[in-house]
Design a protein around this ligand. Structure first.
Ligand code: AZC
Length: 800
């Protein structure tokens, strides 16, 4: 959208006054932010309205991405960038003596997600709109987002994230579109005399679901999609039975809090309620829309909508869609089933068994009696149909209801036409191992969609300096098509370009160094290698391996302070699930290792360790551009894909990593020698599992370096470390090191040494960095969503 600076300044000043009865001389940042957001909203409102009209008029098929988590971060700059107004607004504000970046700080991170899965959903939202694809989000508007992390005495402490305290200027409450979601009570079926079984209900608990729409604005185009988030409220008219405080409290609890665990299935009733709540509300709204505004024949609804089940949390989409079609819209069971399978598709994000959702049958039956009946019926019909065809064992292994539990992955696969993993290795593991029985029955349903990232946020916004240099070098086409970055390869031997890249990285390191000084009070050397591991804290991600290696470097320096080492700054950012004891112990250990090293004068500035508290999207935007090295060191087979690996690559960071998840594709794309690979392969890991012959204790006893480091955890070497040291020590030496940390240690040390060697050759390093940037194109989520659109959802992009 064309906007002159003059126009903007006038609009902004007027808005500030009309909204807050103040002027530029007196306004605070919160007021400036609100006024600015309100002006921006005014600019996109018409595009939003006309794109909705366009969608209704053309009746084109749309996709709906159902996800219990989204992790957008801040919206202001992203909206400005996508509207093509970032520069104008920045300059306009400068004329008033206002720094856009300072204003942007006021906006709280929208953190209604935990980690990779939620962030991916938000990258997809950006990419769908930016590629002109009609794809919308559906989720929950949690009153409290992911907890704020404080580090106190080395320990993680969780504080509530009340991100809505100052309102949210981007959302629109649509009270007119509220729907009711019901729980509990009794249900029975009665014949209507025409052979149809009609459900009758008694004593149901009703909850009002109110949608809040947030525009997902496409990059320099005319597409604005919708992210619909549901809030639970008490309906105006209540049955006397529910007119009590307990019911009111429970109802508001539904959309009160995000579950802060991303790796553990937690079988609590409230979570199941949340899952059904946003699924039912979302599907009802979609069907109302198509039946009402669009006057579509409901029996052909699969021509108009695709519903995506992002991990199994929205798996109840399958029986709920059946319920709506059969009970509310009078579609026959078989037709409804065909339609459901055509409409639904499912992504699996993890093979960790502790994350696989299974709900006790009894709980589902009590809370969702009609849904339970439908699941039983789906399972019964499928079993009857398949038994004669494929035999008892395959049928049994793949049943939805087994051992008194409802298996949500099974429900998702059976009730949809597509199941995908999120990187090649992961998708292969699903087919060959984890979901092999399903693959035998439905081979055509399985496919891979390697993850991607929204490059607009992760370079254009996060790294304006680098973006500018790329423009100067190859022009701006890459901003619309990330593959164009391959033009950079022509500059691999161009000293000037390499120098500019190095300078940009150095400046980003200075920016981060200033932040570290401000937040942690630690002074770091910008010439050091900035070596970063940022992600959720989980044993399989092996932050511990990184920490053990740091201890090794430290002991080497203690022994020989004159050792010729390239200085290093190790930077961590990680939240642990509040109930994940072991992960929290690792945080404590890292912090105490940091304290010990940072306060030891013998190592001077050769080694520093920084744990940055409250890692979130905004912090990632500061840290990632400044990284020389990114750590992607999960045990092979455990990280489904990873996406920070792609963000690092985009920012010219070299990866040290295992052959896991999307790392494999990154190493291949960047070319040999441009990253550092180590560790067991997936096959070697599985070989150990088969033979059961891994013995961590042997390594501890036989490898003197490992022995020394592990003993440091328990012998008082690290001041202020308490039982955590023993806990970690035992996990490795007594409980046999579940994630093969010790097995990979030596090779990791070797790869780290290779890395240091390359860093000593600045030109070679800069070239490797350039090759990473130049080859990152395929990891744009624009590519990923196009693949979903073509292969799974069958939706088409709008032509500009
Ligand atoms: C994550 C995976 O752990 C990560 O490897 C992947 O990149 C990301 O999803 C996006 O696909 N998974 C989760 O965040 N959560 C769960 C329940 O898998």
């Amino acid at each position: 959208m064309k906007l002159s600076k003059k126009q903007f300044k006038q609009d902004f000043e007027e808005r500030l006054t009309s909204k807050f009865a103040t002027d530029l001389t007196k306004a605070g940042y919160q007021e400036i932010y609100d006024a600015l957001a309100s002006v921006v909203k005014h600019y996109y409102a018409n595009i939003w309205v006309s794109d909705n009209q366009y969608k209704d008029e053309t009746g084109k098929k749309q996709a709906y991405y159902f996800s219990i988590e989204f992790l957008p971060g801040k919206m202001l700059k992203s909206n400005l960038l996508n509207l093509g107004m970032l520069k104008t607004v920045r300059e306009g504000l400068e004329d008033f003596g206002i720094e856009l970046d300072e204003v942007a700080k006021v906006e709280p991170d929208m953190a209604i997600g935990n980690g990779g899965l939620g962030r991916l959903a938000s990258c997809f939202m950006d990419s769908l709109a930016s590629t002109g694809l009609p794809g919308n989000g559906n989720g929950i508007r949690y009153r409290y987002g992911l907890f704020k992390q404080k580090i106190i005495d080395g320990y993680q402490v969780e504080l509530p994230d009340s991100w809505l305290n100052n309102g949210n200027p981007w959302e629109v409450r649509r009270a007119d579109k509220a729907v009711e979601v019901t729980f509990g009570g009794e249900v029975w079926l009665e014949d209507d005399g025409k052979g149809n079984l009609i459900p009758h209900y008694k004593d149901q608990e009703r909850v009002l679901a109110v949608p809040y729409d947030t525009p997902m604005i496409g990059y320099e185009n005319t597409t604005v999609n919708n992210m619909c988030l549901w809030r639970s409220e008490v309906p105006e008219e209540l049955d006397p039975k529910f007119q009590n405080l307990e019911y009111m409290r429970q109802t508001s609890m539904l959309s009160a809090e995000l579950y802060p665990d991303d790796s553990n299935y937690d079988g609590r009733l409230l979570r199941l309620k949340q899952e059904y709540f946003f699924v039912s509300a979302g599907l009802q709204r979609i069907l109302h829309h198509y039946k009402g505004t669009q006057k579509k024949d409901i029996r052909r609804i699969s021509d108009y909508i695709a519903v995506h089940i992002n991990d199994t949390h929205p798996a109840l989409c399958v029986p709920e869609f059946m319920r709506l079609l059969v009970d509310d819209y009078g579609v026959g069971w078989n037709r409804a089933w065909d339609t459901t399978v055509k409409v639904m598709s499912y992504t699996n994000h993890t093979i960790l068994s502790e994350a696989l959702e299974k709900w006790p049958e009894e709980m589902v039956k009590q809370l969702l009696p009609r849904i339970y009946q439908i699941i039983v019926e789906i399972d019964r019909r499928r079993t009857a149909e398949l038994l004669p065809k494929i035999g008892a064992s395959l049928v049994h292994n793949t049943r939805i209801i087994k051992d008194g539990q409802i298996h949500m992955a099974n429900l998702s696969i059976i009730g949809s036409h597509s199941t995908n993993g999120v990187a090649k290795l992961h998708s292969d593991l699903l087919k060959d191992v984890e979901l092999h029985d399903f693959y035998e029955i439905y081979p055509e349903r399985f496919n891979n969609k390697t993850n991607g990232i929204a490059d607009r946020r992760w370079i254009q916004i996060a790294n304006e300096r680098l973006s500018g240099i790329i423009d100067e070098t190859i022009g701006k086409s890459w901003r619309h098509d990330l593959d164009e970055l391959k033009l950079l390869k022509n500059f691999k031997d161009d000293e000037k370009t390499l120098e500019k890249l190095q300078k940009a990285k150095y400046d980003d390191k200075l920016r981060l160094a200033a932040l570290i000084k401000e937040k942690n009070g630690i002074i770091v050397n910008p010439d050091a290698i900035f070596d970063v591991q940022v992600k959720r804290l989980h044993a399989y991600k092996r932050q511990l391996l990184n920490a053990l290696h740091i201890l090794k470097l430290y002991f080497d320096l203690k022994e020989n302070p004159e050792l010729d080492r390239v200085p290093r700054v190790f930077i961590f950012g990680a939240k642990a699930a509040p109930s994940y004891h072991y992960a929290k112990s690792i945080i404590k250990c890292i912090n105490e290792i940091a304290n010990m090293i940072n306060n030891d004068q013998t190592v001077k500035d050769k080694l520093k360790v920084v744990f940055m508290e409250n890692y979130n999207v905004s912090l990632a935007e500061m840290i990632i551009p400044a990284a020389n090295v990114g750590e992607q060191i999960s045990l092979a087979s455990k990280e489904a894909s990873g996406t920070s690996n792609m963000k690092f690559m985009l920012n010219g960071t070299l990866t040290i990593g295992t052959l896991d998840g999307a790392n494999i594709e990154i190493f291949e794309a960047a070319g040999d020698g441009n990253n550092f690979v180590f560790g067991l392969t997936k096959d070697e890991v599985y070989e150990y599992y088969r033979n059961g012959n891994y013995n961590a204790r042997d390594i501890f006893e036989q490898n003197p370096v490992v022995n020394r480091i592990l003993n440091a955890l328990i012998d008082g070497t690290i001041p202020n470390i308490k039982s955590e040291g023993r806990e970690i020590f035992d996990s490795l030496t007594v409980y046999n090191d579940e994630y093969f940390v010790l097995r990979d240690f030596n090779d990791y040390v070797r790869a780290q040494a290779d890395l240091e060697k390359l860093y000593r050759d600045p030109k070679a390093w800069a070239q490797a960095s350039l090759m990473n940037i130049a080859n990152v194109g395929r990891f744009s989520s624009d590519r990923t969503v196009k693949e979903y659109a073509d292969d799974i959802w069958y939706i088409k992009a709008k032509k500009e």
